[in-house]
Design a binder for this molecule. Structure first.
Ligand code: ADP
Ligand code: MG
Length: 258
């Protein structure tokens, strides 16, 4: 079963393979039937995850039996010392890397069970990423960068231009990333993370490369727009003020989450 979002509404819809949900029989060309909110799987479920890296003469255990559950729409901040494995955990949650052991489910989907193509689709539709260094494509315009995640999809999801307007970037839709400031590039990256209507947004120190004023503004926009979209947010941050806005803060230390 795949849980997906309607193009323009944060309401959760469930597709269960063409079989009508909850005994509904209405004939329709759409497979999408609204689910009871109680049926929604967690946006993210990390269960007993371990990850080691080979370093020098031996293995370094970065994540040692880490578990984390984030409900739909929940905002969780992730803090911890540099090198404690925050980015590693985000990469596992986002299907960019695989754990040595344990389970990662996004929107109820077990990422370890997916072949490369299916994993790529889940990443496009169910997960939005915001990185510290923006990761925009320099040869695409602002609007094209935001629309990139939709390129492989048959249907239109959120409107890129509308998202750019919300981020205060509507006037620069035809510019290129090289013409923007860091704060502006991050606004574009946030719009891109939201364009597919993904239920899980992962942000890895999104304000780490911005000055204080810009960092505050970008953080406001990120949290407002994620809430507006109804998505869950896992935010890695060193900023105590940012962490304080979250529904909950978890700390990674010595390979464990507390
Ligand atoms: P954080 O984001 O909390 O600063 P990271 O997740 O980036 O921490 O890194 C955690 C530890 O894992 C560090 O010791 C880092 O050197 C190591 N590490 C991360 N990625 C790799 C990799 N691809 N190969 C080897 N070691 C890695
Ligand atoms: Mg990191």
């Amino acid at each position: 079963m795949l849980a997906v979002r309607s193009p323009r509404s944060p309401a959760r819809l469930v597709y269960n393979g063409g079989v009508r949900w909850a005994g509904r029989t209405k004939a329709s060309t759409s497979h999408h039937v609204p689910a009871d909110p109680g049926d929604a799987p967690p946006a993210l479920e990390v269960l007993g995850v371990r990850k080691s890296y080979h370093q020098g003469s031996g293995d370094v255990v970065v994540l040692n039996d880490v578990s984390l559950r984030i409900e739909p729409g929940e905002f969780v901040s992730l803090v911890g010392p540099s090198g404690s494995g925050k980015s590693t955990l985000l990469h596992l949650a986002g299907g960019i890397d695989r754990p040595d052991a344990g389970v990662v489910r996004v929107d109820g989907i077990d990422l370890s069970q997916l072949a490369a193509g299916a994993l790529a689709r889940v990443r496009r539709r169910h997960i939005g990423f915001v990185f510290q260094f923006f990761q925009l494509l320099p040869t695409l315009t602002v609007q094209e960068n935001v629309e990139l995640p939709l390129m492989f999809e048959g249907s239109r999801q959120n409107d890129a231009r509308e998202l750019l307007d919300r981020m205060g970037m509507g006037g620069k839709a035809r510019r290129y990333p090289g013409e923007l400031s860091g704060g502006e590039m991050q606004r574009v990256a946030i719009a891109r993370s939201l364009v597919a209507g993904a239920p899980l947004i992962l942000a890895d120190e999104p304000t780490g490369n911005l000055d204080t004023t810009n960092a505050g503004e970008v953080l406001d926009l990120l949290t407002e727009q994620v809430r507006h979209a109804g998505s869950a947010l896992l935010l890695v941050t060193h900023d105590a003020a940012a962490a304080a806005r979250a529904d909950r803060t978890v700390t990674l230390e010595d390979g464990r989450l507390t």
